[in-house]
Design a binder for this molecule. Structure first.
Ligand code: AMP
Ligand code: MG
Length: 395
């Protein structure tokens, strides 16, 4: 059996990087991966300007003139003010360009106006309340490297940098299907021995959240011919994700049929839930994941293997945040596998606490109501007691 890291490394090493890119406007770029580095088009700030409402001065004038200066002119936002007349102060507003000859801004709260003159405080310093041209970034600076997945804040930065559109990796196409003779779509009546299918929708939506264009391949019987028919379409896709039918000792149907059209490896990984899963390739383009059928195993293996694979495919890097937390309750077990326990994470006066939820069977979905993270237990650990330090993966 492989460790989690061995399996992840081997799977990610088998992922091809996409070669298709397109250009999209910022409004459509959130969640997309950059296909090339992106540089700022302008300096930011673009010019020296005021950080406050107040008065622009040449600081040396203050002491030289007994902290009393005549007022002359006004610097407004969106305007180019003229030069500061020597020995005067100019009214200025937040964001307005600093007039030539000024080097400081005195905030209006500290200034006593007396008609067209004003009295200034003695404590101000050179450069106070001035935002310097280029102090944030300069035109030509690389703001993001290729492979960066763009978030909402990134788009604010790109807007400020004058970037209107970005080169991104074209979206992958993904086909999802669930296998099992027992499966019925919710809304249909159940006959004896049947259950409602619950993996496909979550898999489709997780893939979409990762930027994929998805096709719902539906539910497939445990019948080689039916599965073969669907898998024939798989060469149009970058990713094919199935659930069920992949375990050893089962009908092992997915692996059998898949082996006819591609290369597949069955992975026995020392993790719980989710032990057996299969990964393979069809031709140059298609990556194939056969996830376990148990609903929680399918969710966890998606997180651990499919999600990082999508990052790598996009030339990106997946770096999930594993955080230290304090166990709110205890959990005992036999050592042996890396285990992922569904947990409720909450903050308690600045301490991150993790409550291990009751009902950890890999068929048990009820626990998901309260799950917002996973407690990660190392292979050698026999569990933990309330108050012990644990590591958690927020979801
Ligand atoms: P399998 O991986 O096909 O051996 O299935 C393992 C367990 O997960 C069995 O109890 C199946 O009934 C169940 N299962 C498989 N696929 C699904 C699905 N799509 N939705 C809900 N349960 C499933
Ligand atoms: Mg099955």
């Amino acid at each position: 059996m492989l460790t989690l890291e061995q399996a992840q490394d081997a799977i990610l090493a088998g992922v091809r990087r996409s070669e298709r890119a397109e250009t999209v406007p910022l409004a459509r770029a959130v969640g997309r991966w950059l296909a090339a580095d992106v540089a700022a088009r302008v300096d930011h700030p673009g010019f020296d300007n005021s950080a406050m409402d107040g008065y622009a001065v040449a600081h040396a004038d203050l002491a030289a003139r007994g902290f009393r200066l005549p007022l002359k002119g006004e610097a407004r936002c969106g305007d180019a003010p003229g030069a500061l007349a020597p020995g005067t102060a100019m009214r200025i507003f937040t964001g307005a360009p600093l007039p030539e000859g000024a080097d400081s801004v005195v905030i209006q709260e500290d200034v006593q106006r007396d008609g067209e003159r004003a009295r200034f405080p003695q404590h101000s310093r050179v450069g106070d309340h001035v935002r310097r041209r280029g102090e944030d970034f300069r035109a030509g600076d690389t703001l993001f490297d290729a492979g960066r997945r763009l978030g909402i804040y990134d788009l604010a930065l790109l807007s400020a940098a004058g970037v209107a559109q970005v080169p991104v990796v074209a979206r992958p196409r993904a086909l999802v299907m669930a296998t099992g003779d027992e499966l019925v779509a919710p809304g249909e009546p159940l006959r004896p021995g049947q259950i409602y299918e619950s993996n496909r929708l979550a898999t489709l939506l997780q893939l979409e959240a990762l930027g994929a264009e998805t096709v719902d391949g539906g539910m497939v019987r445990d019948d080689p011919a039916a599965l073969r028919a669907l898998l024939r379409r798989s060469t149009d896709f970058d990713f094919v994700v199935t659930s069920g039918g992949a375990s050893v000792g089962d009908y092992d149907l997915v692996r059998q049929v898949f082996a006819e059209i591609g290369e597949i490896d069955l992975w026995r990984v020392r993790i719980k839930p989710g032990k057996p899963l299969a990964f393979g390739r069809i031709g140059a383009r298609t990556h194939f994941f056969a996830l376990p059928g148990n609903p929680v195993s399918s969710l966890v293996t998606f997180k651990l293997f499919v999600e990082p694979a999508l990052y790598v495919w996009h030339h990106g890097r997946h770096q999930p945040l594993e955080l230290p937390a304090v166990a709110a309750n205890g959990f005992k077990r036999r050592a042996g596998r890396r285990e992922f326990l569904r947990a409720r994470l909450y903050s308690d006066n600045g301490v991150l606490r993790a409550e291990c939820l009751k009902g950890q069977g890999s068929h048990m979905l009820g626990t998901l109501r309260h799950t917002n993270g996973l407690i990660v237990i190392g292979e050698d650990s026999e569990g933990f007691a309330a108050g012990d330090p644990v590591r958690v993966l927020p979801l």
